[in-house]
Write a protein that binds this ligand. Sequence first.
Ligand code: MOS
Length: 754
Amino acid sequence: MAEIALAQAPAHIRHGSNIGQPLTRRDGLVKVTGAARYAADHHPPGMLYGVLAVSDVARGRVAFLDVEAAKAHAGVVEVMTPTNKPALAQDPDEKTNPFMFRLDLLQTDRVRYANQAIAVVIAETLEAASEGAILLSPRYEAEPTRVGLDASESFVPPAVGVGHPSEVHRGDVEAGLAAASKRIEATYETAAQYHNAMEPHAIVATWDENKLSIDTPSQGLAMAQGRLAGLFGIPPGNIHIRSPFLGGGFGSKGFISGPQILGIMAARMVGKPVKLVLRREQMFGPVGHRAPTRQALRMGADNEGKLTALEHRAKTTSSTFDDFFEPAADASHTLYASPAIATSHEAVRVDTGTPLFMRAPGEATGSIALESAIDEMAEACAMDPLEFRLKNYAEVEPISGKPFSSKALRDCYAQGAEHFGWERRPLAPRQMRDRDGLLVGWGVGTATFPAIMFQAEAKAVLRQDGSGVVEIGAHDMGQGAWTALAQIAADGIGLDIDQVEFRSGTSDLPDGGIAGGSAHTATAGMAIYNAGADVIARLAGLATDDARSPLFGAGNAGVIARGGRLIRRDDESRSESYADILGRAGLAEIAGQGKSAADQAAQSTYAMHAHGAVFAEVKVDPDLGQVRVARVLGAFAAGRIINPRMVLSQLRGGMIWGVSFALNEQAVMDPRSGRPMNPNLSEYHIPVNADVPSIDAIVVEEHDPHVNALGIKGVGEIGVTGTAGAVANAVWHATGVRVRNFPIKLDRLIEPRS
Ligand code: MOS
C-alpha cells in the first residue's frame, strides 16, 4: 500500500463542513412526537412488572416481611427476598477495583440506608405489584442512625474523586498567611443533592437461557456489560443492552445500579421478561447522590491584592459500606495562583446510600465555596471581585506547575463582563434597587472543568452506493451526542451527514467509553474520527496504487476526503469518487477501525481545562428575603465547538444547575430516622422557567492543539462551576449579607446580620 499522509491538518479543514454547524437534534423529532422509545416504553410479550419494596429505616435489619399476604394478592406472581433470590456468580459486596461499587441485591436482611431494596414484588400488572409491595408490611429491628457531617468520627479518606490524593500542598500556607496584609477565614456548607433525571432508573430485562437482553438507560454500556457479566457469570457477549435514549443521567447512570440489576434477577427468577422502574422517592438512596460538604477556607493577600496563601479543607460524608468521597477541595488546585496552597479532605461514615459522581463532582461543591471565599478576599482588599480575579487567576496550573494546554479565561472575563455590563457595578453592597424596591446585586464566578479523555473504539464503513456507516456504542443522555458525534462521523469519512448512517446506543457496537466527565464528545468523537481516517486511508490505498485512478501515485502528497470523493491534496483537479474506487476494486464496501485515548505525553506536559466566567444578577425582597435570579450570563472557552446549538444548550443547562445549587437543591435528612424528608420533585426544589428568566452563554473562541487532534474540550459540566458562586456573590452584593450555607434560603436574609 502506498504511504498516505492524512493527519496533517485539522479534520474540519481536511474533510468536510459538518463540524461546527448548529444542526438541530437529529433525534428531536422522535423525542417530541413520542416516537422515541425509552427503556420503560418496552413491553415484550409475557412481560411482568417488578416493584421494589424499600426500607423505611436507615439502619438495622428486616425482621419480618408478610410474603404470604403479598403472594395471596390477585396478580402477584412472586416475591423475591434475600431467602429465595437467584444465586449470583459474584458477591455484590465484592470490590476488585475502586470503581466497582458495592450493590444491594438482597444479599442479606441488613439495612444500610433508607430506601434500600428489601424485596421485589413481581406481578401481572404494575398495580398488583405495587399493592403487593405494600402488603409486605415490613417490620424492622432498627438501630440508631447517623446522618450529617457530624454523625461519627472523621477520618482522612485514602483517595477522593477518581483516585486523587486527599491532601495536597505546595508552599507554606502559614507563612503565606502571616505575610499577608489582609486575611479571610470562612466556612461554607453545601447540602446533599440527589440525582433527579427526568427519567428514573428503569429496566426491561429478558433472559433466553444464558443470554440476557435489556433495555435500560446507561452512560457506560461496556462497563455495565462487564459488571453484569461478572455478577451473572456469563460472557459479556451474551449481554445485549439497548440504551438509545436516556432521559438524563447526571452521573447516576454511569454505573449500572442495584435496582436495575434486581430487575434482571427478577426476570431470571420468574423466567419471563420483567420491567422495573424506580418511583421518584426510590431515587433517594440506592442510585447515588452528591454528599453534603463543609468547607473551611483561609486566604491571605498582600497590599497589591495578590494572594499569598490559599487553604481549602473539605469535610464530606460517605456510606458505611463503600467509598466515594466528593473531592470538593480539589477545586483550589487549578484556578488561582498563590505561592502557598494546601487542600485536604476528611470524611464521616453515615447511614445513607453511597454517594457518587453527580454532575461536576467536586468541582461544583468546591467552586461555590472557593468563588465565595475569593469574593470575601476581594472585599477585604476593597477590590472589585472581577479585578481581583483578573489579578489572581493562574497562568500556570498552581499545584502541578504545568502550563495550560490553552487558556482563554481572560477573554471569557472580558467578553462576559462587557455583555453583562459589569463596569456599571457599584463596589459596595446594597447600592442597587429596582423600580419595585427589590435589592439588586451583581456577582461573578470563575468556571473551570478538566478536559478529560477516556478510551473508546469505533468502526467506519464506506459503501459502494456512496453512503457510509459509523458505529459506536455511545450514549445520548439528552446532551446531543447523537447529533454532534454524527457530525464528526460525517466529516471523518468525507460525506454529508445525511449520507451517513450513525449507529449508536447499544452494547453490540464498538465500546464508546463513558458519557461522563464531560469527556464524551472528545473521547467518542476521536475514536470516530480515527475510524474515519483509517477507512479513508484504506480507500486511498486502493486508488493511489491503481494506474487507472486519477489519484495514482498521489501517495506521498496525500489525499483529502470530501463530498464522497478523494481529492489529491496538491492538485484538487484530480479526484475520484468513493463509488468509482470501490467499484473498480470490486468491493461492496470497505471498513476501518479507530480508537481514542488520552495522549499521555501531552497530559504529562500540560494542564488541560475548559474555562469560563459567569455573571449573575439577583433581586432580593428586603422584607421577605426571597431571592430571584434576574439574569445569568456565562462566557466559556472549551476548545473546538462541534455543534454550537448543542453546546449553548449544555452550557445553559449547566448554569441552571448552578442556580439550582445556590438557591434550590437540598435533600433534607431526618436526623432521627435517617430518611430523606423531601424525596419528590415538589419539595426537592429545582429551578423551573420562572426561576431563571434570562440565561445566556457566549462561546469564546479557543484553539487547543494539545487536548486531542480535534481540539475538543467538554462542556457538559463546566456551566455548574462559577455560576453557583456568581449567584451567591450577587446575593451578598444585593443585601450585604454573606450566606455561607447552600442552598441560600430566605430566613438567612431576613435575619439581622450577626
Ligand atoms: Mo458525570 S457526574 O461525569 O456523568
